[in-house]
Design a protein around this ligand. Structure first.
Ligand SMILES: [Zn+2]
Ligand SMILES: [Zn+2]
Length: 386
């Protein structure tokens, strides 16, 4: 079976023997990406009766009210909880506790209506309470909808927890196309990050013999390419462009599920983004949308690839930083650390220390092992902070 030719809605409950020698599996029961797909929700929820809907004060207005009314009309017993926040809702101990307190004990299924934070909170509660959850996406802003991990802020630092697949993912392009522009930029940035995450995975395979799957890498690459081909339509909110963006984000999540961790979708560009985010959190400051930082991180890591490759040929295809930068420029999204408020010292230190965020082999670690990371950090920092 050629997984790269399978349509997204057929990637549900899929299990196949791959040429990499492993069996890949997706536990998602339903995926619906189309105009008006919210109407499929009652159908997907047929095996359940008591539904607990989770929204925040923004997503409640955008889609939550509609979802609750739709389910009540169809005879479901619906209870709900709405998080109230003036800025970003933080997926931390407080939010998790709030959700546990509000969760009715007879809940059959949780329906999250939102994007990254609501999805991460619902997934964690679903995992811990053994209750399936469905996500109704409200913004194409990150690739976590179909994955199995929950990045949470615990003790003011970002930690990623293994959790579960959603039971179903609903991505209604009529709703997604109206998401704030920054969230569209973030979604594209998270996809663009695959340019460097896939290269890191390949590099690690070549240098350290880490397991690698050509098929899954090709699957993610194909989804990214389709999204890049539709780049011009994203900021114009054209339905086809929004559809290819959200499909790429969901495929990236499915790919992580196939591998069993985030390797295909997260490399050094994510480590930089996490470093910047943790730095802001530790000072009690607001941070950028995850995908916006990842997009910038991807440009920076592409530059690093270039420098390392000049010092010692890596023998693999490496990303072209001007190509990556150009795509962000065409979209109108931030492309440099200055544009997203990263100070010179934080930026310099992030290149030196982001590899400590998790023990994953990336170009940052390789440059460090070659003894050229400091010089590269100085060079890239002086390029931006003249
Ligand atoms: Zn494989
Ligand atoms: Zn990401």
């Amino acid at each position: 079976m050629d997984i790269t030719k399978i349509e997204l809605h057929n990637m549900t409950c899929l299990e196949f023997d791959c040429s990499c020698g492993r069996k890949h599996r997706s536990g998602i029961k339903h995926i619906s990406v189309e105009s008006g797909s919210t109407r499929n929700l009652p159908l997907f929820l047929e095996p359940f009766k008591n539904v607990f809907v989770v929204t925040d004060n923004h997503t409640h207005e955008v889609c939550g009210k509609k979802v609750i009314a739709l389910l009540k009309r169809q005879g479901f017993v619906v209870s709900h909880h709405t998080f109230f926040s003036t800025g970003f809702l933080v997926p931390d101990e407080k939010a998790l506790g709030e959700l546990i307190i509000e969760l009715p004990s007879d809940t059959d299924v949780i329906v999250g209506v939102g994007s990254g934070t609501i999805n991460d909170l619902c997934r964690m509660i679903s995992h811990k309470c053994h209750i399936p959850y469905v996500i109704v996406a409200t913004a194409p802003s990150m690739d976590g909808y179909a994955s199995t991990v929950s990045p949470l802020i615990i003790k003011r630092t970002k930690l990623t927890y293994e959790a579960v697949f959603p039971y179903a993912v609903i991505a209604d392009t009529d709703i997604l196309k109206d998401a704030p522009l920054d969230m569209l930029y973030a979604g594209f940035g998270d996809i663009l990050g695959k340019v460097t995450s896939l290269t890191d995975w390949n590099l690690s395979h070549k240098i350290s013999g880490e397991y690698y799957c050509d098929t899954i890498a090709a699957l993610v690459n194909r989804a990214m390419q389709k999204c890049v081909d539709n780049l011009n339509g994203i900021s114009k909110r054209e339905p086809e462009a929004i559809k290819s963006l959200v499909e790429a984000l969901i495929i990236s999540g499915v790919a992580m599920g196939f591998i069993g961790n985030s390797r295909p979708a997260s490399g050094a560009e994510h480590h930089l983004a996490h470093y910047w985010e943790i730095e802001a959190l530790s000072k009690g400051e607001a941070h950028n949308f995850h995908g916006i930082s990842v997009g910038v991180g991807s440009v920076v890591i592409s530059k690093l690839y270039n420098l390392v490759n000049k010092a010692e040929s890596l023998g693999i295809d490496i990303p072209d930083s001007s190509y990556v930068e150009d795509l962000l420029l065409k979209l109108g999204a931030p492309k440099s650390p200055l544009e997203i408020g990263i100070t010179e010292s934080v930026f310099y230190n992030s290149i030196l220390n982001a590899m400590e965020i998790r023990p994953r082999f990336t170009i940052l670690r390789h440059a460090s092992q070659l003894g050229i990371l400091e010089e590269a950090a100085r060079s890239i920092t002086s390029f931006y902070y003249k």
